[in-house]
Design a protein around this ligand. Sequence first.
Ligand code: F6R
Ligand code: ZN
Length: 195
Amino acid sequence: MSAATLQSLDINALLGRFDPAAGTIEGARRTERRLSDLAGIFLDQAAYRAARADGDPLVYSVEVVEPGTGDGDLHYGLGVIHPGRVGREYFMTKGHLHSWREAAELYIGLSGKGVMLLEDEATGESRMLPLGPGCAVYVPGHTGHRTANVGETPLSYIGIYPARAGHDYGVYASRNFRCAIIDEGGAPKLMRRNS
Ligand code: F6R
Ligand code: ZN
């Protein structure tokens, strides 16, 4: 596919008007993830079942703009993760690797208090980095990434990545990330999972 050009793009592709509080970008494609979509990712399964018995809250939404599909093009998304807990874990995203493993991504925090969990695919080395206003997180290629809201208000951010990155959810659907982010005395802590 050829790259988008200035002439081939309409104003809606060139200008993104977004509302970080509502988590919306005019004309964008929206995906919503509820607690029921996140079965199996939380450590405390009893706490997950108890939370599900109470309902099926919206955990996060992402609105994505995909102006072009060429190798040099960029896509971006506005994510909003709502505050909440399952046991000692925070509401968080499913997490993924990019299908084109070389693809990096830049996350820019807009509001709220978050952290990102980065996992090197080859070594398994894991890191936790803050995400919020004034914080940008560079996710290198070959790095699994998951985002958690560790505050009491919605966490919103923008992620910008190559158009050809793609999303591979399969790896973490089958084995989860090696580490979890848990609340320890009111602060997020990186903890190795047993399984
Ligand atoms: C895109 C990207 C973000 C996520 C969003 C939701 O490459 O990393 O826009 O898609 O944070 O997370 P997932 O996709 O893991 O449900
Ligand atoms: Zn990504």
